[in-house]
Design a protein around this ligand. Structure first.
Ligand SMILES: *Cc1c(COP(=O)(O)O)cnc(C)c1O
Length: 212
């Protein structure tokens, strides 16, 4: 996986270390995370707060380099727990969640890095701010969160060419001066890297198919 990421970065004229692999360990047992840690992987992604809480805090003392990204749609009533356990919340997508995260950060005395998720395909079942509302929301979050807001994230519609979605997201991040782009999964991370991804979220291509 690391070799494929490095090759895709070089093909795009980028240094391999400009792309961080987020190993998506959702539904995988803690043993799978431990095996990946032993192999040198330090950055992990989970989409449910409760599952992340069950797996990750216990691993931190022995693995100080571990970084946890929350990548799934986030309910406001889970914001406090998310702020407590995450290094990066990738799914900030609405004003009420921004309120909840700001409040939780004040109470916890800790602010994770934040990415704004955009629903680039306008899919009703997906989280993410709509494209047409993105500029105003990004502006508001930059004012509110300052340097904690560092990037944008998207999950393009399945079965559609992801490239236009990645290109749109990259242009939007550039317009707002945001350095991070979380885009690309097992099936399309090389395309995402060609379009400037700085984080790729890869699950099945690392861990195999998820247990059901
Ligand atoms: C599950 C998930 C991934 C990883 O998907 P794979 O196809 O298994 O690589 C990436 N991003 C999000 C938001 C996910 O929920």
């Amino acid at each position: 996986m690391r070799a494929r990421i490095a090759a895709a970065a070089r093909a795009a004229g980028r240094a391999p270390d400009t792309v961080t692999l987020v190993a998506v360990s959702k539904t995988q047992p803690a043993e799978a995370v431990l095996a990946a840690l032993a192999a040198g992987q330090t950055v992990f992604g989970e989409n449910r707060v409760q599952e992340a809480t069950q797996k990750f805090p216990a691993l931190r003392p022995a693995h100080p380099a571990l970084r946890l990204h929350l990548i799934g749609g986030l309910q406001t009533n889970k914001a406090r727990e998310a702020v407590r356990i995450a290094d990066v919340i990738e799914s900030l997508d609405r004003p009420r969640l921004a309120d909840a995260i700001a409040d939780a950060a004040a109470r916890e005395g800790r602010m994770p890095r934040l990415f704004i998720e955009v629903n680039t395909g306008a899919e009703p079942q997906k989280s993410g701010i709509p494209r047409e509302a993105a500029d105003a929301f990004i502006d508001a979050c930059q004012t509110r969160f300052g340097a904690a807001l560092t990037g944008l994230m998207c999950v393009p519609p399945a079965g559609e060419d992801p490239a236009p979605h990645f290109a749109w997201l990259a242009a939007r991040a550039a317009r707002h001066g945001l350095p991070d782009l979380s885009m690309g999964m097992s099936a399309d991370f090389e395309t995402a890297i060609a379009h400037g991804a700085t984080f790729v979220r890869v699950g099945t291509a690392i861990f195999g198919h998820r247990p059901v």
